[in-house]
Design a protein around this ligand. Structure first.
Ligand SMILES: [Mn+2]
Length: 511
């Protein structure tokens, strides 16, 4: 990090000013204005650089924007400033928890329990951490047994659909089928009727659900389909205009994070047309978590994918992962709206999502950013193995987690996974691979997008007013045959009254 640190601790009113800035930070944090909170705490730290409260509060604000790496650094400093300040250990434990470093987190939760022997919350968190360590040990133990994936044993046919109580649509134009083979055949890639997909979208918009039997079939079929794809997709620019708007230039639409904001996704479709082979979309990861309509978002994408694989393309984001889903709501939501098995089928689908795409032969698209190793070629990306959660480090983690930085070179990531890459790294990667542009997502941007690295790196983010509190615009990009990016911005639309992370309650304020 190259932040300028100014020391104003000699200011005669330093104490007072630091307190005012801390209060401002706390107010911003409570309103979900995380970036403003970070700014206020940072300003306060110029007056009181070793204030444990400011450091620990900024650590929490960094956790909120998933910058676990710097959150740990701040918590370290808070603990160094005051070894008896329990929140310092608590923040460090939370950040390590998000990074799957459960044993390290356990040590800090124990310290919190020792400092606050009567705190029920501290004991609950320690217990949650212990549970995670046991689960990890258990899954390592059964890994050796090569158990069959759920998708190969789960049989949706046993799930009965009551013709009298189910209000949602049926995939067959003839309604509810009794011939299960005929039903399975409808869930072949390219076979799922568009009428069913559009009716399902309307049903979910009205907050009604699609039957579990159909969802199960969809997930099993999608897992198989994604498994057949390469890790790196080649996506062409269409040669014909969108059928819904014949006067428009033929284009591909690229969207960034949508994070369970279903009504904003529908708003994009309203403005820009539904996915269709003449109006294809690429959604660049982070479909789920945060927003409480994540099930609706991912089901909509998968339904279109199965209807016509060339109308929508999906890359995996760092939130299409088990640990993030536990913390940020998708696990709770999927289990609430369906059940444990359906959630596990979602995880299997996520594990097989492609990690990157080359658009029009020239534009590299991936969720996070570029690989650490500066010899990496597109062929190496193609060879990345999927079917697993992202490892601690390596190409998959870099693609899912990295962020650009404005200055040259590489730095340790503020997130604690992946790294930060400068304009020189981007230019070298593009040149080495005969590419012209990097498009990535992964970070909220005030305008919905940001162009960096002398025009070579674009961040696109499609969740407006992220978490119902960030005030940012959303954006999407059109790429026509010229491959010149054309941006469209939009603001958030209202949604039913379910707050972000409504299903993440189990983590109780840690994130
Ligand atoms: Mn992300």
């Amino acid at each position: 990090m190259e932040d300028e640190i100014v020391d104003r601790s000699d200011d005669p009113d330093a104490e007072e000013k630091a307190t005012v800035l801390k209060d401002e930070g706390n107010t911003a944090l409570a309103q979900g204005h995380f970036l403003e909170a970070i700014k206020s705490y940072s300003d306060g730290l110029e007056y009181r650089p070793h204030n444990a409260v400011l450091l620990s509060n900024r650590s929490l604000a960094f956790i909120k924007v998933e910058n676990y790496g710097i959150a740990i650094r701040d918590a370290d400093a808070a603990i160094a400033a005051d070894a008896n300040y329990a929140k310092g250990y608590y923040r460090r434990a939370s950040a390590n928890f998000a990074l799957n470093h459960f044993k390290v987190a356990r040590k800090d939760f124990k310290a919190v329990c020792k400092l606050q022997p009567t705190s029920r919350d501290a004991r609950t968190k320690l217990a949650a951490c212990e549970k995670r360590i046991r689960e990890e040990a258990f899954s390592k133990a059964i890994e050796a047994e090569q158990t069959a994936p759920l998708s190969s044993t789960y049989d949706p046919s046993v799930l009965d659909i009551s013709a009298t109580t189910y209000e949602g649509p049926h995939p067959s134009p003839h309604g509810l089928l009794t011939d299960m083979d005929a039903e399975v055949a409808l869930f072949e890639p390219g076979k799922l009727p568009r009428e069913f997909v559009l009716a399902a979208v309307e049903t979910m918009k009205a907050q009604k659900s699609i039957h579990k039997r159909y969802v199960g079939r969809l997930l099993i079929a999608c897992k198989r389909y994604f498994e057949s794809l390469e890790t790196l997709m080649e996506i062409p620019i269409p040669t014909a205009a969108p059928s819904h708007d014949p006067s428009a230039t033929p284009r591909l639409t690229v969207c960034g994070d949508t994070h369970g904001q279903y009504y904003d996704v529908l708003h994009v479709f309203e403005r820009n047309g539904f996915p269709h082979r003449t109006n294809p979309y690429l959604f660049n990861g982070d479909f789920v978590d945060r927003g409480s309509f994540s099930v609706e978002v991912i089901l909509t994408y998968l339904l279109f994918k199965l209807h016509d694989p060339s109308c929508i393309y999906l890359t995996r984001g760092n939130h299409e992962t088990k640990n993030m889903n536990r913390i940020y709501g998708f696990e709770g939501e999927a289990k609430h709206k369906y059940d444990d098995k359906i959630f596990n089928l979602f995880l299997e689908v996520f594990e097989w999502l492609p990690l990157a795409a080359v658009v029009g032969g020239k534009v590299f698209v991936t969720h996070g950013g570029l690989p650490t190793d500066d010899t990496v070629m597109l062929d190496d990306v193609r060879k990345v193995k999927r079917g697993m959660e992202p490892p601690e480090q390596g190409l998959m983690s870099d693609l899912l987690w990295s962020d650009p930085q404005p200055f040259p070179g590489k730095s340790p990531s503020k997130r604690g996974v992946g790294y930060a890459f400068g304009p020189d790294i981007t230019s070298a990667f593009l040149e080495r691979n005969g590419l012209s542009l990097l498009v990535r997502s992964h970070e909220v941007k005030e305008e919905g997008y940001l162009v960096e690295h002398g025009g070579k790196t674009i961040t696109v983010f499609s969740a407006p007013n992220y978490c119902d509190s960030m005030g940012n615009k959303g954006a999407y990009i059109h790429f026509d045959a010229s491959l010149e990016p054309k941006f469209t911005q939009y603001t958030a639309v209202p949604h039913p009254d379910v707050k972000p992370m409504a299903y993440a309650a189990g983590m109780g304020g840690m994130f």
